[in-house]
Write a protein that binds this ligand. Structure first.
Ligand SMILES: C[S@@+](CC[C@H](N)C(=O)[O-])C[C@H]1O[C@@H](n2cnc3c(N)ncnc32)[C@H](O)[C@@H]1O
Length: 365
């Protein structure tokens, strides 16, 4: 069966949010289609009405500029009722009937949904990679040597019987298998939440932004800091941190001499020396309230940059985030400075998204 759709991988349970986002974003640029997804499946298919728009659709925006998708694939074929014997042969047969979307691909990834059911496919997908790669090289679909500068072919097994064949663009895709960046938990961190901030620092900031924002000797405020997983990431990079929370900050952090703990309300706290380089915030609060607070700090120049989480409601999550961030952007637009604003539902986030706001001019230093 031939099918043309963009596949978005997402956290299981967030299919509707990814679907709403794709429908909105593609609607804005007149790439019309309709989303199809199953709850908790970990992916969404956005079927295009016009198959010719597939290459435009996949080039329209990068994964890093979306909120809920972990990866975006331009799927040009779907193979159902796959028999157990000779899956490679069945895929090659299917490819004979489709128009090659690009002259050649540089790499291959065999993938599956990030669900309990999907994980039963992991071993098979790993084993299947080598024979499939060899067969595609022989058939002229893949370069003889891996070339990560070219588009990658993805074969996404939603089950043992059904797979989607598509591609991603190196400039637009996540480099990670399944779109998941796994980070090792640092055993000396006081909480697992540390991985949320590390994921944001590593995956949402460019290397230049990391150098600029995380200067050793720089100053940060951490609102809702306890027990200190986010503060840990900043201290690890040599920053001084004002940690604000009525709870206790881990002793190991206090002993570094880089942390000042203030048992205060994050909504009324003011920075000790009038301003800091970076404001971070992980308070569990209404997203519009947190977004407003972050806006206040940036507008008043109490903080140069901000990184924070917005906790998501049960319903209308995409709309809630869009509204909160749109209001914040309107306030920032009124300033002389320019800002780079990114919003991502990171692998280490749960019912929350991470927002990074990096000031790119004027009052930067
Ligand atoms: C999710 S935890 C933060 C975890 C922390 N980022 C870490 O990595 O260890 C949320 C924290 O926000 C704090 N909090 C909630 N409302 C607050 C407020 N209004 N002012 C200060 N802290 C607040 C809570 O006490 C709690 O410790």
């Amino acid at each position: 069966m031939s099918q043309t759709s963009v596949i978005a991988y997402c956290r299981p349970g967030y299919e509707n949010d990814a679907a709403n986002e794709l429908t909105t974003r593609y609607g804005e640029v007149s790439i019309y289609g309709y989303p199809v997804s199953k709850k908790n499946s970990g992916f969404v298919l956005y079927h295009l009405y016009d198959a010719q728009q597939l290459s435009n659709a996949i080039a329209e925006f990068a994964v890093r500029d979306t909120i809920f998708p972990r990866q975006l694939i331009a799927a040009f074929a779907t193979l159902a009722n796959i028999e157990k014997e000779d899956r490679v042969g069945q895929i090659l047969e299917c490819l004979k009937d489709v128009e090659k979307p690009l002259s050649i691909f540089g790499a291959i990834d065999i993938e599956y949904p990030d669900t309990e059911e999907g994980k039963t496919l992991a071993k098979f997908c790993k084993k299947f990679t080598v024979p499939m790669r060899q067969a595609l090289r022989k058939a002229g679909w893949l370069t003889a040597k891996e070339n990560t500068g070219k588009a990658k072919i993805h074969i996404f097994f939603e089950s043992f019987e059904t797979c989607h064949i598509g591609y991603s663009l190196p400039t637009h895709a996540s480099k990670d298998h399944l779109g998941i960046c796994r980070l090792k938990f640092p055993s000396d961190s006081p909480s697992r939440s540390t991985l949320k901030l590390e994921d944001a620092l590593v995956n949402m900031l460019s290397s230049q932004e990391q150098t600029k924002v995380l200067r050793s000797g720089g100053r940060a405020v951490d609102l809702g800091a306890c027990p200190g997983g986010w503060t840990y990431q900043l201290v690890k990079r040599g920053m001084y941190v004002e940690a604000i929370d009525n709870g206790l900050v881990a002793d190991s952090l206090m002993q570094t001499g880089l942390v000042e703990h203030h048992a205060a309300d994050g909504f009324t706290y003011k920075p000790q020396f009038g301003r800091v380089d970076l404001l971070v915030c992980d308070m569990i609060e209404q997203p519009d309230r947190v977004a407003k607070l972050m806006g206040d700090w940036l507008v008043k120049h109490w903080a140069t940059h901000a990184i924070f989480n917005l906790k998501l409601p049960m319903k209308r999550r995409f709309e809630t985030v869009e509204d909160a961030v749109a209001l914040l952007k309107t306030r920032l637009h009124a300033l002389e400075d320019a800002f780079s604003v990114k919003v991502r539902h990171l692998y280490h986030d749960r019912d929350e998204v991470t927002v990074t706001i990096i000031r790119t001019s004027k009052h930067e230093v």
